[in-house]
Design a protein around this ligand. Structure first.
Ligand SMILES: *Cc1c(COP(=O)(O)O)cnc(C)c1O
Length: 387
């Protein structure tokens, strides 16, 4: 049996995979098992910040793996401390809890909000307010937080205490805050899985004001838009607000699993000994890789992200067969006249990998994708949409 057949036999059937087996990559190029080359604009779903098999990152993780690959959280070790220090210095947050994924980073945020509110107002203030069209993960609690009914099917009953407001509708948020005792507001500055839609700036500032007035924790889910992808280090930074909690994962690890929950002034001392934990959280190899990634997300790189983003926007907005281009930085959604599934397979046939978000074609390329490859890929997308 070949790999595709073995996969169907032995891997749980949760993924509708593209008919493509990838065997190696370098930067923004990747090859299948027949040796065919593709330009990658999917980035492993916003994970491969510097593309495939990036030299500096690979060196950082292999050096750490050869010294000390895991210690458990029973002992002190340097890589997670250095990474937490950098995350705090660059965001103004105060403390970090490390986990292994975006969903876990959000689980931690939910626990922090509930514990904060329980201490300050009482345990009945346990509501978590999220937004329609949001996506926060696949664990039961983060599914409950996800404001899309399609994800809730099959798994009832979900944990209680989650309520979602209409996105970009501050009146609806106010109505729900009056009705439920809310501990935290969880939002994505740019909704990724929901269709690559940036929130309205006024709405985000309104959320921040309401959270501050009512002493509710403002929690930014930066799992997808974070770590340089928006053209700023974190997506919320484009909105001039300061969250109390920031969750991130995906691109932070550059390809290894890591989640981080950043706690600001209000939330920094909420968690005490024994209140939360993770066996792999703060793993030295993952943290050494993340430290390398974070150190390279500097102003030069971010300027390059904004420049590439502008190039894609200009090239595709108003092009034949393209209805709209939404998003921010290098997280973009293309609304096409043709079915997005058809566009994605036609691009694949011509050597370009793109992915989907709702009905849109989604682009999440490496932040350092060479401009010649980007231009070539954008021309191919344009051609496919125009046909
Ligand atoms: C992907 C994603 C998650 C879930 O992350 P996992 O690592 O798959 O658990 C949560 N929030 C957002 C915004 C995401 O894009």
């Amino acid at each position: 049996m070949n790999i595709q057949e073995l996969d169907r036999q032995y891997i749980a059937g949760t993924y509708a995979r593209f008919p493509l087996q990838l065997v190696k990559g370098k930067g923004s190029l990747v090859w299948d098992e027949t040796g065919r080359e593709y330009i990658d604009l999917g980035g492993g779903i916003a994970v491969n910040t510097f593309g495939f098999a990036d030299d500096a990152w690979a060196e950082a993780i292999s050096a750490q793996a050869q010294i000390l690959q895991h210690t458990s959280n029973l002992y002190y070790s340097a890589p997670c401390v250095r990474l937490a220090e950098q995350l705090c210095l660059r965001t103004g947050m105060k403390k970090v809890f490390f986990s292994n994924s975006g969903a876990e980073a959000n689980e931690c945020a939910i626990k922090v909000a509930r514990q904060y509110a329980a201490q300050k107002k009482g345990p009945e203030h346990h509501g978590i307010l999220t937004l329609s069209g949001s996506f926060h993960g696949r664990t039961l609690a983060t599914l409950a937080a996800t404001g899309q009914e399609v994800f809730h099917r099959h798994f009832q009953p979900l944990p209680e205490g989650f309520v979602s407001a209409r996105t970009n509708d501050l009146e609806d948020v106010k109505r729900l805050l009056a009705k439920y005792k809310v501990a935290g507001i969880l939002f994505e500055a740019v909704q990724g899985e929901g269709g690559v839609n940036p929130l309205d700036p006024e709405f985000v500032r309104g959320l921040a004001d309401l959270a501050a007035q009512q002493d509710i924790l403002l929690m930014a889910d930066e799992v997808q838009i974070g770590n340089g992808r928006s053209g700023a280090l974190y997506g919320y930074m484009n909105y001039g607000v300061q969250p109390d909690v920031v969750t991130t994962a995906k691109g932070l690890g550059g390809g290894l699993p890591i989640g981080a929950t950043l706690l600001g002034e209000k939330a920094q001392d909420v968690l005490g000994p024994g209140m939360h934990g993770s066996t792999f959280g703060g793993n030295p190899v993952c943290c050494a890789g993340a430290l390398n990634i974070l150190s390279r997300i500097d102003e030069t790189l971010l300027a390059g992200v904004r420049e590439r983003s502008g190039y894609i926007m200009d090239a595709l907005t108003g092009a034949p067969g393209i209805r709209s281009v939404t998003g921010m930085g290098l997280m973009l959604g293309i609304e096409t006249e043709k079915d997005s599934g058809q566009v994605i397979s036609a691009c694949m046939d011509r050597g370009v990998l793109v992915i989907r978000a709702k009905e849109k074609v989604r682009l999440l390329p490496a932040l350092n994708i060479p401009t010649d490859l980007l231009k070539k890929a954008v021309d191919i997308i344009k051609g496919v949409c125009a046909e």
